[in-house]
Ligand binder design. Sequence first.
Ligand SMILES: Nc1nc2c(ncn2[C@@H]2O[C@H](COP(=O)(O)OP(=O)(O)OP(=O)(O)O)[C@@H](O)[C@H]2O)c(=O)[nH]1
Ligand SMILES: [Mg+2]
Length: 445
Amino acid sequence: MNSEAICAIATPPGTSALGVIRISGPTLKKLISPIFSQALKDRTAVLTKIYDGKTFIDSCVSIYYQSPKSYTGEDVIEIICHGNQIILNSILKLLNNLGVRNAEPGEFTKRAFFNNKLSLVQSEAVADLISASSKKAVLAAHNSLSGQFVNEINSVCNDVLMTRSAVESVINFPEDDDVPNLSQSKILNDTNKVLLKIESLIKNSEQGLALNIRPTYAVIGKPNSGKSSFINNLLRKDASIVTRKKGTTRDSITYELTLNDIVINIIDTAGIHATDDEIEKEGILRSIKAAASADAIIYIIDDTLGLTNEDEMFIRDNNLKNIIFVFNKIDLTEKSPKIDFTKPPKIYLSAKTGEGMHLIKQIIKESFESNNTTENVFLARTRHIEHLKDGLAHLTKCNRLISEGSLDLVAEELRLSHLEISAILGQNPTEDLLTKIFTSFCIGK
Ligand SMILES: Nc1nc2c(ncn2[C@@H]2O[C@H](COP(=O)(O)OP(=O)(O)OP(=O)(O)O)[C@@H](O)[C@H]2O)c(=O)[nH]1
Ligand SMILES: [Mg+2]
């Protein structure tokens, strides 16, 4: 497709033991050789030094994957150097000077797609695997990446096509002896089998879609209840400012929180109370927005004050759902940490001393585990489910038409159903769809 060589840092920004630079292009070995002290060998880790003219940059291990046996299908080189951004950027600059341009997000995978290394569904699964926020999501992304989902879609497409070709042969050659005698009940029987398959695919995909979305928890409550202290304790760092003054947090700030093998977004918000301060008012509006769009709400209450009428009114007026009540500051009320599995659940803890903080982690983790997914779940996207549902609708319509005996219309519905389901595989993807899929990737993938 593209003859330009591309490069990118494939590891996250910041300092780490190792950093990886990835290069892909039609003929790389010769192009890159001026900067390496050693010749590279196909699919072999070679210890080599990198030079900018006579200036030494770093010692690296480099692996060359000769086309077509590589991720993109082109020549690929992976340079594993020390994980220092100055070194990584120097190597990128050297590559740029050799005519290798910086890659766009998802450009490596886009090339893999155009070189038939990955299907569209598998390309989507690569992005989903990278951003998967739980073990189950990783497993589901692997299911999609391994081609299981594609196989199931292909099998459904094939079933619809078989029925369609049988129906069309009866339409086109009604008198022909070679054409099987196609009874209404045979067509109905075939389409009903496919209907069941599609319904089960939709069910699995809907579970997969839920897994694919990282849940967001909004931390809400009155000023000084300890929202920022609570978040800092979870994040194990001084992320948000904490002071004795009410109204310290003025904005909604989203953090990424990793709890062992799950990842959630957690939002610190401005304390809710009646105020004339214009900045605070705007902050409170943002808290309400954060609460409305979150998947769950952690409502923090200062245990020395308890749940007040104001809290209850705020919860009712804003129709807050899916709440976990956290009674904070139990070091002052001298209570023991505990969890009440009432509805909504109540947790007693101290963000200051850390007592009971394990209980909130426990309840978040349990909410992931209660997601009753089976092993065959695929990490699906809304796009897949929409096509499956539209394909199902055409097939249902087709079933209705069979009993009315109108074979022409039956064949048309089968054609439309096939078109919808095969669109998942993206055999003729539009430029818009490709842009939407590949720009959601991180750089270097
Ligand atoms: N004793 C005790 N003090 C706490 C606890 N949690 C928070 N505090 C104190 O309460 C005060 C307010 O804490 P913040 O975390 O800033 O409260 P906030 O809810 O974010 O407040 P705003 O940003 O103003 O809405 C600070 O002085 C904290 O040290 C706790 O568990 N125990
Ligand atoms: Mg705060």
